[in-house]
Structures are given as structure tokens and as C-alpha cells.
Design a binder for this molecule. Structure first.
Ligand code: ADP
Ligand code: MG
Length: 402
């Protein structure tokens, strides 16, 4: 894989370089404006952009925001992202009104050395995510025509066979950005020969999303601690009633099989914070995980679970954590995630946090980010990498430049 440093050493002065960045930040649209609630991904993209700017390149950034249903949605314009990127870079960032059309071409041509142009949300173009290679290819041709080189710095998207991630790399000399390289290096330490005990903490909402990674990790880990919304399908598999908590009925059998296979390596919560509704002023109660009342929802792990998980994490030499332990976005249900985030921060060894919401939780709950060895910007991508899957966006970077 060619590195950004190699590309810059070969000379990028006055060269238009297309950079795929992951600027998919969470937005609060409740006030009618789109307010960025966590700019971690924008901040993470800065080193690669600064290196290119420093090398005198003319930088064109391509990125997506949210999931527009294949059409322009004003609330998913990259305008607020361009503004925040400009603030963080300390220089003007232009924004094109189309993705790779006439305005993008005109703006790209008028760039001078060190300028930055952000293309409008790439997912406004249906071809970006199309399953049809010809449609994607035609769009990738347009993107490739904007620049003379391509840098992929969007680790969070490398598991997607999308035009701006995959097809464009086939069409331009390419290199991996610093973010992609760092992510791969850290994840390789987890898939290689991790120092033991190796403890993985998984949470988040959907167990079906995470079953493949659980299956792949189970033979390799010493403990798998499960919290968040996904723990209830496991509790149900043990025969417990989970009340109104998240439950994926069709996954109960699979979870039962995993529990049988894992023995005591899978650790489930012993207590749960329940409420009658998912509201900020909910009436809370902590109950045994085996006795969730029928009319209550489990919305966080309880204090005894935090203590038990913390004991396992204290012994760990390698930790990977993905998925909040509860609905941390609401203060009453944030304690479990805060407790685990703290315990992972205290790990003496390699501590890796993966997942968009998990990374956002670390920052929102005011934890010291530098206490972790690495905070991955890519949720799905890091999970698929740990599953041992080949990721299209990485495989294409390994191929020789055209
Ligand atoms: P990540 O982005 O870190 O991979 P996920 O997207 O899998 O994490 O899950 C994050 C979401 O899971 C959060 O929005 C959180 O509110 C939700 N969640 C966690 N615990 C629960 C629960 N007990 N019930 C419902 N949702 C939950
Ligand atoms: Mg998420």
C-alpha cells in the first residue's frame, strides 16, 4: 500500500489531489438547523489534509453525510461540515454545489496551491452506492477527472464498494491516507497475536449487526462482555423475560448456540437500569437481569454489572470496545457507558475503541481521549476488519497504481 508520505515525496506541488475523507458527523436537526454534535471525524481528517496542503497540493475532498435517499436533502448538505473544517484548518474551504458536475469542475480548475475544495455530499449521487458497476464506473470517471491522484483517508467507508471509495481508486494513482494506515496498523495488532488476557466489550443496539463479529471473535478472546441493547437477546436465550427491552426474536437461537459454545467466556449483565419510557425524566429502577418487569424497558447496564465488567477489564492486556452500554444520549442511561469507558481508559495495555457512537460517547461523556491507545473512526469497517473480511476500499489500495 502506497503511503501518503510516498505520494508527497514524489511531489504534489500544484497537483489536484482527490481525498476521500470520512466527515460523516452526527447532526442535531431538532432546531431546524443542522448542528454538528461531535466533530471528531472532521478533526481526525486534518493530518492528511494538512500534509497535502503543506506539500502545495490543490486538495479536493469527497465525503458523505448521513443517508440521503439518493436525492438532494438540504438538511444533509455538507455546508456545516465545510464551515467546521475551515475553522479547524484555519483556512477557507470552498463547497461545490454539485458532486462532480460542472460547478465542481469549474471550482477544481480555479484552485491554487494549498486551496481546499469540498464536494457536496457524494451520496446525493445515486451512482455512488449503486450495485451496478457500470453506473458506479461512469460516476467514478467524473470524480477521477477532477484530479491527478487519489488518497483514501476514509477508514469508516473502506468496507463499502462505493464509487468514491473503490472505483475511483482504479482510475487514479492512489495512496492510503494517514488515518487509514493508522487504523489498519492498530487493527492488525488485534487480529495478530494480542497480549492476553484479550477482552472485548460489545454493546450498541442491534445484535444482528454484530453476530458475525461475535462469531469471529469468540474463538480468539478470553472474555466477551456484552451490554447495550444487544444483551437482551442473549438474556432471552438464557430463558429470561426481558420485558419491553430491545429483543430480536429471530436471533435468540443463534445467541443460545453462542452461549453454549462460549461457556464462561461470554459475560452478560447481572443488573439492568429499567424505565417505563425512553425519556430524560424517566422513573429509573435497577433490577436483576433475570427479573426485568414485563412493563419496563432495559436502557442501561446496572452498577453491579459495571463493577463486574471493570474487574475483567483490570486484568486485560488488550481491549477492544464497540457499542455503548446503554442509551447514553440521555443522561439517566449514560452511567453504564461512562463506567465502561472509564474502565477501558484505565486498561494498562492496548485499548481500542471502535464505532461511531462509541467514539462519540467517549467525547460526550467528557473522558480523556488520550487515555485510549486508539479511537477508531470506523464502526462497521473496524468490525468487518476484525471479522477477517476483505474490505474493497483497502484491497484496491493494495493494487498497483494505474
Ligand atoms: P457504534 O456506532 O459505536 O458501533 P451502535 O451503532 O451499534 O454503536 O449502537 C449505538 C446505539 O445503541 C446508541 O444510539 C444507543 O442509544 C443504543 N443503545 C445502547 N443500549 C441500548 C438499549 N439498552 N436499548 C436501546 N438502545 C440502546
Ligand atoms: Mg452506530
Amino acid at each position: 500500500m502506497r503511503s501518503l508520505a510516498d505520494l508527497i515525496a514524489d511531489g504534489v506541488q500544484s497537483t489536484r489531489v482527490l481525498v476521500r475523507a470520512d466527515l460523516n458527523v452526527p447532526l442535531d436537526t431538532s432546531t431546524g438547523d443542522s448542528i454538528i454534535t461531535d466533530d471528531g471525524r472532521i478533526a481526525a481528517s486534518l493530518p492528511t489534509l494538512r500534509a497535502l496542503i503543506g506539500g502545495g497540493a490543490r486538495v479536493i475532498v469527497v465525503a458523505h453525510l448521513g443517508r440521503p435517499e439518493n436525492r438532494r436533502e438540504p438538511s444533509l448538505s455538507l455546508a456545516p461540515v465545510a464551515a467546521r473544517l475551515a475553522e479547524l484548518l484555519g483556512q477557507h474551504v470552498r463547497l461545490s454545489t454539485d458532486v462532480a458536475g460542472p460547478d465542481s469542475r469549474a471550482q477544481a480548475e480555479s484552485l491554487t496551491d494549498g486551496d481546499v475544495l469540498l464536494l457536496e455530499n457524494v451520496r446525493f449521487e445515486p451512482a455512488e452506492t449503486s450495485k451496478d458497476p457500470e453506473l458506479r464506473g461512469a460516476f467514478a470517471d467524473q470524480l477521477a477527472a477532477l484530479a491527478a491522484a487519489y488518497v483514501d483517508d476514509a477508514f469508516g467507508a473502506v468496507h463499502r464498494r462505493h464509487a468514491s471509495v473503490y472505483d475511483v481508486a482504479l482510475r487514479l494513482p492512489h495512496a492510503a491516507g494517514d488515518l487509514v494506515r493508522t487504523e489498519v496498523e492498530v487493527l492488525d495488532r488485534l487480529t495478530g497475536d494480542p497480549a492476553r488476557p484479550y477482552v472485548v466489550v460489545l454493546g450498541g443496539s442491534k445484535v444482528s449487526d454484530k453476530l458475525p463479529v461475535i462469531e469471529a471473535l469468540l474463538p480468539r478472546v478470553d472474555r466477551l462482555l456484552i451490554g447495550g441493547g444487544m444483551c437482551f437477546t442473549f438474556l432471552a436465550a438464557q430463558g429470561h423475560d426481558v420485558g419491553g427491552s430491545l429483543l430480536e426474536e429471530d436471533q435468540v437461537e443463534t445467541c443460545r448456540g453462542l452461549l453454549d459454545e462460549a461457556g464462561d467466556r461470554i459475560v452478560l449483565p447481572v443488573d439492568i437500569v429499567v424505565a417505563d419510557a425512553l425519556v430524560a425524566d424517566a422513573q429509573l429502577k435497577v433490577v436483576s437481569a433475570e427479573q426485568i418487569p414485563g412493563d419496563r424497558k432495559g436502557l442501561d447496564i446496572g452498577p453491579h454489572t459495571v463493577a463486574a465488567f471493570t474487574e475483567h477489564l483490570k486484568e486485560a492486556k488488550t481491549v477492544f470496545w464497540n457499542g455503548p452500554m446503554g442509551v447514553f444520549e440521555l443522561a439517566p442511561f449514560a452511567a453504564g457507558t461512562r463506567g465502561i469507558a472509564q474502565a477501558v481508559a484505565d486498561v494498562e495495555g492496548l485499548s481500542v475503541v471502535g464505532g461511531g457512537d462509541s467514539a462519540a460517547a467517549v467525547r460526550q461523556l467528557g473522558l480523556d481521549e488520550s487515555a485510549y491507545s486508539h479511537i477508531s473512526t470506523g464502526g462497521g469497517a473496524s468490525l468487518e476488519y476484525l471479522e477477517g473480511k476483505q474490505l474493497p476500499g483497502l484491497a484496491v489500495l493494495d493494487e498497483a497504481s494505474s
